[in-house]
Design a protein around this ligand. Sequence first.
Ligand SMILES: Cc1cc2nc3c(=O)[nH]c(=O)nc-3n(C[C@H](O)[C@H](O)[C@H](O)COP(=O)(O)OP(=O)(O)OC[C@H]3O[C@@H](n4cnc5c(N)ncnc54)[C@H](O)[C@@H]3O)c2cc1C
Length: 417
Amino acid sequence: MKLAQQLHFPVTPRGAGTGLSGGAVPVFGGLVLYFDRMDKIVDYDKKNLTITVQPGVITNRINDYVKGDGLFYAGYPMSYESCTIGGNVAENAGGGKAIKYGVTGRYVMGMEMVTPAGDIMRLGGKRLKDVTGYNLIQLMVGSEGTLGIFTEITLRLIPLPGASIDLMVYFTSIDDAIAMVPEIMTKVNILPTALEFMDRLSLEITSDFLGETIPQRDAGAMLLITIDGADSARIEADYEAIGELCLEGGALDVLVADTPAKSEKIWKVRRNVHEALRHRSPHTCSEDIVVPLASIPEMVRHIRKIEERFGVLIPTFGHAGDGNLHATVLKNSEWSAETWSNRAQEILKALYADCASLGGTISGEHGIGSKRKSYLHLVCDEPSIRMMEAIKSALDPGCILNPGKVVDSLRGSSHPA
Ligand SMILES: Cc1cc2nc3c(=O)[nH]c(=O)nc-3n(C[C@H](O)[C@H](O)[C@H](O)COP(=O)(O)OP(=O)(O)OC[C@H]3O[C@@H](n4cnc5c(N)ncnc54)[C@H](O)[C@@H]3O)c2cc1C
C-alpha cells in the first residue's frame, strides 16, 4: 500500500469474487489483492467463544471447524460454500438466517487491517463490550474494500442449535403470505430462524429448471419458514402453532420437514432459484432492494407494473422476514445486448425510485460497489453522501484503495490523483 501511495496505482481487494455489485472488479486497473492463500484459522478460543481467521477462509469452513464443539458462526450469507469471510465483512453480508441471528457485522469483534496509507492497525479484540472512542470496526464492516484491507478477523461464536424444522407453506397471493410474517412473531411469539418467500414466477421458473411441478396449482406465493431450538421436543409445539396459524390465514397447504432429507427437499427450490433464473436468461440484474416489511406486497405490485411497462420478467424472491427482495430482471430474449444494457439502466432507475418511495433502499446485502454508485442519491440525502465522501477523503486522500466504488472523494475524484 505504501508503494501504491508513492506510485499512485489503484489496489482492489478481492475475496472469492461472488459479490453482486462489482466491488472486486478493478475498474481503473492496477493491482488486485487476491486473498486465496491467506486462508488460515489463526486462533480458536473456546473459552472466549471466538475464532480468529485470515480473510481468504471460505465462510463455510468456520462452521465445519467449530460444530464438533457445539458452536456456531451465525452471520453467514447463502453463498457460504464459495465466498470468503473477508468479502462477507467488507459487504456486511447477511443471509437466510438474518431475521433471528443478524448479519455479519453483529459477529465481528476485532480485526487486523492495513490502511490505505500502508499502516497496520488492530481494532477490537475478544471483548463483548467496547465503547472506547468511535466504533471503527463497524465503520470498516460494509466498507466494500474502500477504507481498509482486512488481514485477520475475530468472530463471535454462539451455541449451535440442537434441532431445526422447516415448513413450506403455499398461499394464493403474496399479500396473504406476507401478512403472516408479523402474525407469526406476535401470535406465536416466535422469531423464526429463516422466513423466505418466492413469488409465483420464481416458483415456476425454478420448478421447471428442477423438472418438478408446483404441488399447489393455485399457489401465488410460497413461504419457507425455519425454526430452531435446543431440541426437537421444544420446537414441535412451535411449528404446530405456526402451521395452524398459516392455515387460519388462508394457506393452501403446509408441508413439514422434520428430517434432514425432507429439509433438503424443501430448501432445494429456494437454493436453486438463482441458478434457475440464470439458466432461463444468462443476462440478468440480480437486485436486493429492501422495503419495510408491510410494504412487500405493494413493492411486488410496483414490480409487476415495471414488468408490463418495459416488457421484461422480474421474478422476485427473498428474505420476507427482513423485507429484502431479490427482484431479478431477466433480459427480454428479443433484445440485443446493446438494447438490454440501455434498458436495464432505465428499469433499475424505476425499480429503485419505487423502492425509495416506500421508504426502502437499494441494497440490503449486496452493497453499492460500482453497479449502484450512480443511484446512491436516490436513497441517501446530500449531507449523508458528503459525510461518506469526507470519510473516504480522510482515510484515502489519493483514492488508491478500490477507486470507483460506493462514493467518490470530496473533490469528486473517483480514481488515483
Ligand atoms: C448464488 C449467490 C448467492 C448469494 N447470496 C448472498 C446472501 O445470501 N447474502 C449476501 O449478503 N450476499 C450474497 N451473495 C453475494 C456475495 O456472495 C457476498 O457479497 C459475499 O460477501 C462476497 O464475498 P467474496 O469473498 O466473494 O467477496 P468479493 O466478491 O471478492 O468482494 C466483495 C467486496 O469485498 C471486498 N473485499 C474482499 N476481501 C477483502 C478484504 N480482505 N479486505 C477488504 N475488502 C475486501 C472487495 O474489494 C469487494 O468490494 C450471493 C452471491 C451469489 C453468487
